[in-house]
Ligand binder design. Structure first.
Ligand SMILES: *[C@@H]1O[C@H](CO)[C@@H](O)[C@H](O)[C@H]1NC(C)=O
Ligand SMILES: *[C@@H]1O[C@H](CO)[C@@H](O)[C@H](O)[C@H]1NC(C)=O
Length: 378
């Protein structure tokens, strides 16, 4: 039989039509073999991964409660966390492992597990027109008390001993704290420092009265406004400047020398902030900052504007961000102690280092803010 043109065309069309159907599926989504068991109050990882282990970075990963209303637990889409419609009881408690996504590991970290978290979870992955999911059952154990009388007595004795030990330890720790930071704070700060990044200031974002050094490591307030081109990033009213590089996942840390300055503001901002109008620089408007005024008045800027009582005047301040945990913390570097943390936020945009040397206050506050290189001991 001889095929003429139209028969060939039909054959080709038929093959093309069938290709998607016969195409092997690119991946499967797998959960754990057995239910995950967690203890209330602790953190747990709900395992879920792609097989083969191809990257999930450009896929959409949606974690939901299987049989419930208001079910969104965590949504990752277009390389961003999209938790606007998240069930409020999960706010600030969920995160994927950003480094693991490229290995197809889309496990969910759930912090401070609650008894109400118990149930079945669905991990749904979408890549263009392909949807795949897996179920992950979670069991949550509250504190467990033994039923027998003897067991109960043993538990009581253990609790009593533990209480005494804790009381003694905290007495000594409070003694120690007066000298040099809380031991666990020092540890927390040592950990934070391992995420040090090299911050360079962005002159295009600087208020016209600010002078950013050539190397982008220092900023001070001059006496006149410079004539420089305007751009959307530039702060028109606040005497502020941003770091050049922003961060949209993971953790980062930087240190700033504030020395004997009598006023300054430090922290981070989200990417889309209002640089042109006089707005309150608080978390609601995308600023997570602390500041010094009048030489002694330290404040963490939030709804309460609570004054911070610091034992010592910090000369170098460390700023630490854990993007997935929604945390921004401040440390006194020389004392190795914790100053303040903003916690439980959900970041959805890039975060940028934010510095303000404040006005010169008749030359009393003329010294620059200086990005100091982070030196790790051992
Ligand atoms: C993916 O799996 C293969 C085989 O199990 C392994 O050799 C490889 O290291 C894995 N790749 C990554 C990025 O984890
Ligand atoms: C996924 O990443 C988490 C966190 O690093 C780890 O605990 C878990 O074992 C990983 N799962 C797989 C299948 O690699």
């Amino acid at each position: 039989m001889k095929a003429d043109g139209s028969e060939c065309l039909c054959l080709i069309l038929l093959l093309l039509h069938q290709t998607p159907v016969s195409r092997p599926e690119r991946f499967q989504v797998l959960g754990p073999a057995a239910p995950v068991v967690a203890v209330a109050g602790e953190d747990v990882v709900l395992p879920c991964y792609l097989k083969p282990n191809i990257s999930a970075e450009d896929m959409s990963v949606e974690w939901t409660r299987t049989h419930a209303t208001d079910t969104l637990v965590h949504l990752y889409q277009e390389r961003e966390i999209r938790n606007d419609n998240q069930n409020p009881s999960y706010r600030g408690r969920t995160a994927l492992f950003p480094e693991e996504l490229k290995r197809g590991n889309i496990s969910l970290r759930l912090s401070s597990v609650r008894v109400s978290d118990e149930g079945e979870y669905t991990c749904l992955v979408q890549e263009t027109d392909l949807y795949k999911d897996a179920s992950i059952p979670l069991q949550v154990r509250a504190e467990l008390f033994p039923r027998t009388h003897a067991g109960f007595v043993v538990v009581c004795v253990l609790f009593a001993v533990a209480a005494i030990v804790i009381a003694v330890l905290s007495f000594f720790q409070s003694k120690l704290k007066q000298k040099r930071g809380h031991p666990s704070e020092a540890l927390e700060w040592e950990t934070a420092r391992r995420f040090a990044v090299d911050v360079t200031l962005d002159p295009d974002s600087a208020h016209l009265q600010l002078i950013v050094s050539e190397d982008g490591k220092q900023v001070k307030c001059g006496n006149t406004r410079q004539k420089l081109p305007d751009n959307p990033k530039r702060f028109d009213l606040a005497l502020s400047v941003l770091g050049k590089e922003g961060f949209s996942s993971g953790r980062f840390y930087y240190e700033v020398g504030v020395r004997e300055k009598t006023a300054w503001t430090l922290g981070v901002t989200k990417e889309k902030i209002d640089t042109k109008n006089n707005i309150t620089r608080n978390p609601e408007n995308g600023f997570w900052i602390m500041r010094l005024r009048n030489g002694t008045e330290y404040t963490a800027v939030d709804e309460t504007d609570a004054p911070l009582s610091l034992g010592e005047k910090p000369r170098i301040v460390g700023v630490y961000v854990d993007y997935e945990m929604g945390q921004v913390s401040f440390y006194n570097v020389e004392a190795g102690s914790h100053i303040h943390s903003f916690t439980g936020y959900t970041f959805t945009e890039k975060l940028y280092p934010y510095l303000s040397p404040s006005s010169n206050e008749n030359d009393r506050n003329v010294a620059p803010l200086i990005i100091s290189p982070v030196r790790l001991t051992d």
